[in-house]
Ligand binder design. Structure first.
Ligand code: BDR
Ligand code: CA
Length: 308
């Protein structure tokens, strides 16, 4: 099976992506490295451990960055609940995190699975940036790197131009996008193009499984928020990135281009600037997902919730 390392900040949509990964017969989750993002680190770590418990996964969980590299950032507790999992007061998980720092775990696992590791980043890129600063040769040992982040034509979600994961820690994102030769990107705009009806999602949540029951509970607040704000469809950014990671053959349209992260600017800090016409002569560094097989995506989601 393909070794899979997930860097994440759970997070309601991270949780759905993790369930997809735990369920997948072609991949083995070798670790979850956790950063602050959607909510603070204590919550994201606890949520990751809880999800492992619900999914009966013994994947090690490593705590990492507590804050962005340089500037303070605003979290997304208003979307995911103040604890990141819908504020439902779930029973604390019994497991504790592995003592190793997430950035060190990324490096160690990249050596243990050199040339084979699938790295999927679903949160702010702080842990990966720290790992790259410790060891710039990291990308050489990664088979594929899939990132949920950015808004490729500047239709952002956290500001007019920027997407949350990149805007939370733009310096970290800059380090990551300028270090990896090719990142497979599922951005916010792809997310918005791959929604599904709330009724469909609610039908999957009726599955008779502990995962579906848990997910139904923790996602309720976010679903109400999203229905009020974005109309009828439900979107899951991290789940789409995970679909791309687990089943790349479902990608129907991918565009390769050079992309940079804007680190300054009154309106554009954290924006991902794609050089669509290749004006600046830089090499392509991102493979941008534009269209994914919707039926395949929905099948992956439904079976992740029904599993176990
Ligand atoms: C991203 O930001 C987070 O709130 C989600 O978990 C996702 O990773 C979407 O912009
Ligand atoms: Ca996330």
């Amino acid at each position: 099976r393909i070794p899979l390392l997930i860097d994440t900040d759970p997070g309601v949509d991270d949780a759905l992506a993790l369930l997809m990964a735990f369920d997948d017969p072609r991949h083995e989750v070798v670790g979850l490295t956790i950063a602050a993002g959607n909510v603070g680190l204590a919550h994201t770590v606890r949520n990751a451990l809880k999800l492992c418990e619900v999914a009966k996964s013994d994947a090690p969980v490593f705590a990492g960055a507590e804050a962005p590299l340089l500037h303070p950032a605003r979290d997304a507790g208003y979307v995911h609940g103040l604890d990141g999992f819908g504020d439902v007061a779930y029973a604390h998980p019994t497991r504790t995190p592995h003592p190793e720092h997430a950035a060190l775990a990324i490096l160690r696992l990249s050596h243990a699975h050199a040339g084979k590791l699938l790295l999927v980043a679903l949160g702010p890129l702080t842990n990966l940036a720290l790992a790259l600063k410790l060891d710039p040769t990291l990308p050489q040992r990664i088979a594929r790197c899939v990132v949920m982040g950015g808004a490729v034509t500047a239709h952002g979600n956290i500001s007019a131009a920027a997407e949350f994961n990149v805007a939370f820690d733009p310096e970290a994102a800059h380090i990551v996008f300028s270090s990896f030769p090719r990142i497979e990107l599922a951005d916010w705009e792809a997310t918005m193009a791959h929604g599904f009806a709330h009724e469909t999602f609610e039908r999957w949540l009726q599955a008779d499984s502990p995962r579906a029951r848990f997910y139904d509970t923790i996602s309720r607040k976010t679903r109400t928020w999203a229905a009020g704000r974005r109309g009828e469809d439900w979107h899951s950014a991290d789940a789409l990135a995970m679909a791309l990671a687990l089943r790349p053959e479902g990608a129907l349209e991918v565009v390769e281009r050079p992309m940079a992260v804007e680190l300054e600017g009154r309106h554009a800090r954290g924006a991902t600037i794609v050089d669509w016409r290749r004006e600046e002569g830089r090499p392509d560094n991102v493979a941008i997902l534009r269209r994914y097989d919707q039926a395949r995506f929905e099948t992956l989601l439904a079976s992740a919730l029904a599993a176990g």
